[in-house]
Design a protein around this ligand. Structure first.
Ligand SMILES: Nc1ncnc2c1ncn2[C@@H]1O[C@H](COP(=O)(O)OP(=O)(O)OP(=O)(O)O)[C@@H](O)[C@H]1O
Length: 607
């Protein structure tokens, strides 16, 4: 035991920098964010001991191309010699957290002790001149990516604070250009409460305007509507027309949810800009609002969430869960409020973002109750809101799939039957739960075969006149497990209606999969399908009100009848958007050829 020796891990700094630049940070551009954030933290630390202190950041650019340099100066707490050895030179060590506690609360943004290394993405040396506000000599520190550094005490004292100098590496001078730096400083620091000034080419200007009062008191936002909208356009790059103020109960997180001026895809990436302690930390936070809130893009400020080391996300912890819930609640209650007092506004939002509203309503009865009147649906009476549909009928029939709706649409409208399409996402669930939400309302799911109940049977005379032909027709589709029934129904233009009970539909898809799959799999599918075959028959209703069908069944069956019935069958499948099997496609193909052949024969016969 005793002859073992103890060694220390060595850190290969250039390897670490490589990891940071290629795997942690999205772009070298973030070095400015890290510097600005260190400056902000240093000012916050100084304010602790000197509450009246007025923080300032000064940035100066000089030279051009490969000789470009950048200075970022703050008047924060600065560093003593001991601090430099402890915090600057020890990677992963930070002055901003108590002990080893990485996730605890602090008043600072930084916590990992690695941010400064991001400067090595754009510069081969970091030069820091610093004077601690607690006294002691001024220090010059020079750090290099090979892991070495020098430290020198300066003869004259600087004013308290820190200056960081960087010289552009080849090919990174773009990040030192005045236009880029100005944009980035504004990007990251637009809400900082102290001035950031930029000097270059003999010019000096303030970059960040005074943050408006409503920013940290969202209840003032409504009074400054135009300003809030303009701010959203500047920071998020879109022209908005509406917004919802956000706040949590403890007031530590707030913001503005801008209502997107265009419809968005359900799967679209949701990215919000989040300011931590007033600095832009994350531009693509996607976990800070509930999933359903995909119709807004937000500017959010918080001092209670913890960013990950890349700063691009926030830790999924209880705090984030609470904040997410409360921000969602802000949106939800504003929408509910609109339902009561500003229906025009709610309607406008709903017209664009019905999908989002439906996804929220599915999960939240209270919300559904407040907004159901304005939710749009497709129906055989046209596009209407649920309120309008309920004004028409207290009992609503709906289909649960788009294909069912397509099949039923014509027959139902011809019979003035109000059928609502519940085939799009969330709709069938919403329609099913409607009676729970609205007293006196009733909804019933409709299948294509239910509509066939409204068909008129043939009378005894018609039945015996068509008996033989009907049998021949029925026989012609037996191999597709489809029964043929003669009825009369509206609309007369519709010759045939294909209906598929649930089991038959399952069997159809098993068979189609079997067609596509290799032999072994197909045989498994085959035996599976076989066990269902008895009960799974589809029905093709042929409409004797239709003149062509009527002609087809007048008199004894002729030789062409089976082919013509097969064509009606294929046509009805297509009308109902059913995927066709290879056998059915072949049927269609052969049928078309026969039709061409017959028409030519009859022309030749007529010549
Ligand atoms: N401008 C500054 N003024 C005073 N101290 C500074 C300044 N910049 C850096 N430091 C010191 O150097 C330490 C390391 O900084 P670095 O940016 O690497 O990490 P951090 O800010 O602590 O954490 P993070 O990696 O989360 O940004 C800081 O903890 C702080 O003590």
């Amino acid at each position: 035991m005793s002859d073992s020796e103890e060694y220390r891990f060595q850190v290969n700094l250039s390897g670490m920098i490589d990891i940071l630049s290629n795997h942690l940070y999205s772009s070298p551009r973030v070095f400015l964010r890290e510097l600005l954030q260190n400056a902000t933290d240093a000012i916050t630390a100084r304010l602790d001991s000197e509450p009246g202190h007025r923080g300032e950041v000064f940035v100066e650019l000089a030279g051009s191309g490969e000789n470009s340099t950048l200075l970022l100066q703050d008047n924060g707490v600065g560093l003593t010699e001991d601090d430099v050895h402890e915090f600057l030179a020890m990677i992963g060590h930070s002055s901003k957290r108590g002990g080893a506690e990485l996730l605890g609360e602090t008043s600072f943004i930084g916590r990992f002790g690695i941010g400064l290394l991001s400067c090595f993405m754009v510069s081969d040396e970091i030069v820091m001149l610093t004077q601690s506000a607690s006294g002691g000599p001024s220090i010059e520190w020079r750090g290099r990516p090979d892991g070495t550094y020098t430290l020198r005490k300066l003869e004259s004292s600087l004013t308290p604070g820190t200056k960081v100098y960087l010289r552009a590496k080849p090919e990174t001078d773009l990040f030192f250009e005045a236009g880029t730096v100005e944009l980035d400083l504004l990007h990251y620091g637009a809400l900082l409460p102290y001035p950031i000034r930029l000097a270059e080419g003999g010019r000096e200007r303030r970059i960040n305007p005074e943050p408006p009062a409503w920013i940290f008191s969202p209840n003032l936002a409504d009074v400054h509507r135009d300003e809030v909208l303009r701010f959203g356009e500047e920071r998020l790059g879109e022209r908005f027309r509406d917004f919802i103020p956000l706040r949590t109960a403890n007031g530590r997180t707030g913001g503005i949810a801008y209502v997107l001026p265009h419809a968005v895809n359900l799967n679209a990436k949701r990215s919000h800009k989040v300011y931590l302690k007033r600095m832009l930390i994350s531009e693509q936070a996607d976990n800070i609002l509930p999933e359903w809130a995909f119709f807004v893009k937000c500017l959010i400020w918080t001092d209670e969430l913890q960013p990950t080391a890349s700063r691009e996300h926030f830790y999924e912890n209880e705090q984030l869960e609470r904040v997410r819930g409360e921000l969602g609640e802000s949106i939800r209650s504003e929408l509910i409020g609109m339902g009561a007092s500003d229906q025009q506004r709610l309607r406008r939002i709903l017209e664009l973002h019905a999908l989002s509203m439906k996804s929220l309503a599915v999960e939240d009865d209270e919300f559904y109750r407040m907004i159901y009147r304005w939710l749009p649906f497709e129906s055989t009476y046209g596009h209407k809101t649920l309120g309008e549909l309920l004004d028409e009928r207290r009992t609503l029939y709906y289909t649960a799939s788009l294909d069912h709706y397509r099949q039923l649409r014509h027959v139902a409208s011809a019979q003035s039957l109000l059928v609502v399409n519940g085939g799009y996402i969330y709709e069938a669930e919403l329609l099913q739960s409607l009676p729970r939400i609205v007293s006196g309302a009733d909804t019933r799911r409709l299948l294509p075969e239910d509509v066939s109940l409204a068909f008129t049977d043939l009378n005894a005379e018609e039945r015996s006149a068509t008996l033989q032909a009907a049998r021949a027709a029925d026989l012609s589709l037996q191999r597709f497990r489809c029964r043929v029934l003669l009825k009369r129904f509206k609309p007369t233009e519709l010759p045939a209606l294909f209906t598929l009970p649930e089991e038959a539909a399952t069997l159809r898809s098993i068979e189609r999969a079997g067609e596509e799959s290799p032999q072994a799999f197909a045989s498994v599918l085959g035996s599976l399908g076989g066990s269902m075959q008895g009960s799974a028959q589809s029905i093709l209703y042929l409409n004797l009100n239709n003149p062509v069908v009527d002609k087809l069944f007048a008199g004894p069956p002729n030789a062409k009848l089976p082919t013509l019935v097969e064509m009606l069958y294929a046509n009805a499948l297509m009308m109902g958007h059913y995927p066709m099997s290879r056998q059915e496609l072949a049927l269609l193909n052969a049928g078309i050829l026969s039709l061409i052949d017959w028409s030519m024969e009859s022309e030749q016969g007529g010549e």
